[in-house]
Design a protein around this ligand. Structure first.
Ligand code: HEC
Ligand code: HEC
Ligand code: HEC
Ligand code: HEC
Ligand code: HEC
Ligand code: HEC
Ligand code: HEC
Ligand code: HEC
Ligand code: HEC
Ligand code: HEC
Length: 323
């Protein structure tokens, strides 16, 4: 505004000394449509009607929201208290009928008042957060089961545990006990050390694939990190191409590496005791007949003693998944 006044004075002076201010004004008059900063400032002014009561004296963090992306000055998209909690006229009006102060329109956490229904709470966030990673939110396992945005996220606290790699699992484990139990098994993804997190494989906001997986198929999700297993290979192993989970379990197993069962039993599930002839297979292994199956006579890596390339082989001689 100050600049504008100065400009007015300048153009008045120019006018007085006979210089037409027209060209000057047309090119240099400030644009009076509100800037992003003006809009954000207005949001903070709007906040004052709430922050005059809800200030530093609160036990829970309230004003610390200004240390988060929801309190960025100069960003016109910055919400005010009412963008999330609603206009809350009755709450503002106070204890009119002597029954106590009515609650704000939207309450996210149980305190003095009950929290609002989960679908209403998530609706408030969705007013601004549709699309991108949340394109598939509606209809997703979490949305349908009434898990609201703020069942995972906190917004008044500058640290949002679910978005910090080291602490994310703490949030997920509050509801997913089975995955916590899996994390204590001998063979796991390096989840506890924070190298791999749940959200590396899952999109908790919804997905087009199964089990909230980030990609459209389970295998595509694994290939994000295990690209070498994608192939193509000269000799494929059908179950690998089909679904890694035919043999592996992603969260944890007592059979290394993340196997669902111990070979040879894992293999026998589909192969129904091959080499039943009792003869040693192939020209490369000479000698004694098998007693039951080759694995029991050749301990350790069982079937993989010979079929070393269980994910598929590129060797021209690699039929039967050999090197
Ligand atoms: C005149 C004072 C006053 C104003 C203004 C006010 N509140 Fe409140 N608010 C209260 C009181 C009193 C409570 C009851 C809980 C307490 O003692 O903190 C409360 C409770 C709440 C709660 C629930 C807290 C809980 O622990 O359950 C929320 C959320 C809330 N107010 C949001 C707002 C919002 C948003 C605004 C602005 C639109 C607002 N308030 C304006 C006095 C006020
Ligand atoms: C009035 C619009 C608006 C509403 C309502 C809103 N947000 Fe936001 N939110 C934003 C903006 C703007 C950003 C900053 C985005 C950016 O910087 O790209 C943001 C950022 C975030 C972030 C990322 C923060 C970061 O540090 O990167 C999270 C998480 C989030 N919002 C969750 C929520 C939740 C949960 C709710 C409902 C309780 C909610 N938002 C309601 C506008 C809104
Ligand atoms: C099951 C837990 C969970 C729920 C429910 C959840 N989120 Fe998230 N959200 C996460 C995790 C984990 C991350 C960090 C990993 C990532 O970016 O995908 C995240 C990241 C974000 C971000 C910042 C990154 C980005 O996408 O721009 C925003 C914004 C966000 N969530 C908004 C929401 C909103 C809005 C809802 C409700 C519609 C919601 N979240 C529901 C777990 C959750
Ligand atoms: C982005 C949405 C959003 C905005 C903006 C927002 N709140 Fe909240 N508010 C929440 C959520 C979600 C909670 C639940 C606790 C949390 O996530 O930190 C909450 C909790 C509260 C509580 C209860 C505190 C508790 O933990 O018991 C009060 C009081 C409150 N908000 C007041 C305000 C005031 C005042 C403002 C404006 C300065 C404001 N809120 C801005 C979403 C929002
Ligand atoms: C390495 C990728 C990966 C990581 C990391 C991961 N998951 Fe999964 N998750 C999967 C796959 C793949 C499935 C589907 C399993 C199947 O089809 O057998 C799944 C399934 C699930 C299911 C559905 C139930 C089930 O077991 O089939 C839940 C719940 C789940 N994951 C939660 C989590 C949580 C919580 C974390 C973090 C502690 C996590 N996941 C980390 C890949 C992963
Ligand atoms: C407030 C509880 C809650 C929290 C927190 C939570 N979830 Fe869930 N989650 C559920 C419920 C309820 C379902 C649907 C029922 C089921 O499949 O167990 C679900 C479903 C899932 C599924 C799909 C299971 C399937 O069979 O399709 C995955 C994957 C998942 N959650 C991952 C996560 C991850 C990752 C986190 C942390 C970022 C998380 N959840 C946090 C409650 C929660
Ligand atoms: C975000 C990256 C990432 C994704 C996605 C991923 N993994 Fe992993 N995987 C790793 C890392 C890191 C290791 C540990 C490697 C190491 O210790 O050298 C690992 C190790 C493994 C191991 C060996 C475990 C052991 O005990 O040695 C198996 C098996 C495995 N992953 C299978 C899968 C399957 C199946 C999928 C898809 C459901 C998958 N991974 C998705 C990163 C990933
Ligand atoms: C037919 C069963 C089977 C299928 C299907 C399968 N694997 Fe494996 N995988 C194994 C076995 C057995 C081992 C141990 C190999 C060994 O000890 O030589 C293993 C080991 C691994 C390892 C750790 C050692 C290494 O080779 O890097 C990773 C990572 C892995 N598999 C990823 C995958 C991925 C990704 C898929 C899906 C594309 C997949 N596996 C499909 C049986 C399977
Ligand atoms: C989920 C079922 C399944 C599992 C588990 C499985 N396989 Fe297979 N395997 C198949 C199928 C299907 C074929 C293709 C059969 C065909 O072409 O006739 C195949 C082919 C093979 C072949 C090549 C046969 C040929 O004619 O070239 C070998 C060797 C083999 N598997 C070994 C193993 C070993 C070793 C394991 C355990 C680590 C294993 N398989 C686990 C389903 C499975
Ligand atoms: C001592 C090495 C050796 C061991 C151990 C071994 N195989 Fe084989 N296997 C072979 C050779 C060599 C062939 C090639 C075909 C032949 O000559 O019979 C073969 C062929 C196969 C075939 C395709 C032909 C058929 O019989 O269906 C399958 C499937 C197979 N093996 C699975 C397994 C499984 C499962 C195990 C573990 C229980 C296993 N093999 C253990 C060497 C071995």
């Amino acid at each position: 505004m100050k600049i504008f006044k100065k400009l007015l004075v300048i153009s008045a002076v120019l006018g007085a000394i006979g210089v037409a201010p027209f060209a000057f004004a047309q090119n240099n008059l400030p644009d009076l449509t509100p800037t992003k900063a003006d809009v954000a400032k207005a949001a903070f002014k709007e906040d004052a009607k709430c922050t005059k009561c809800h200030d530093e004296s609160e036990n829970a963090p309230i004003l610390s929201i200004y240390q988060t992306k929801h309190g960025v000055k100069g960003d016109s998209r910055t919400p005010s208290c009412t963008s999330c909690h609603g206009q809350s006229d009755k709450h503002l009006a106070g204890d009119k009928d002597g029954k106590g102060r009515p609650s704000p329109d939207f309450v996210f956490k149980k305190g003095v008042y009950d929290k609002s229904p989960s679908q209403e709470r998530m609706g408030q966030c969705q007013n601004c957060h549709k699309g991108e990673k949340r394109t598939n939110w509606n209809g997703s396992q979490h949305q349908v089961n009434d898990v609201a945005c703020n069942d995972c996220h906190v917004v008044h606290n500058p640290v949002d545990k679910v978005r910090v790699k080291k602490t994310q699992t703490q949030v997920c484990y509050t509801c997913h006990k089975e995955q916590r139990a899996d994390s204590y098994k001998t063979s796991t993804h390096p989840i506890e050390v924070g190298k791999v997190v749940c959200s590396d494989c899952h999109n908790p906001h919804g997905s087009a694939g199964p089990q909230l997986l980030k990609k459209n198929t389970l295998n595509e999700t694994c290939f994000l990190c295990h690209a070498e297993k994608r192939g193509p290979v000269l000799f494929e192993h059908q179950p690998v191409v089909e679904n890694c989970a035919n043999c592996h379990t992603p969260h944890g197993s007592n059979i290394t590496p993340l196997l669902k069962d111990r070979p040879p039993f894992l293999c026998d599930d589909c192969h129904d005791k091959p080499h039943d002839s009792g003869k040693l297979p192939g020209p490369n292994v000479a000698g004694k007949p098998f007693t039951t199956s080759p694995s029991s006579s050749l301990m350790g890596r069982a079937c993989m003693n010979c079929h070393t390339m269980v994910h598929g082989s590129n060797s021209p001689a690699g039929g039967y998944l050999q090197r």
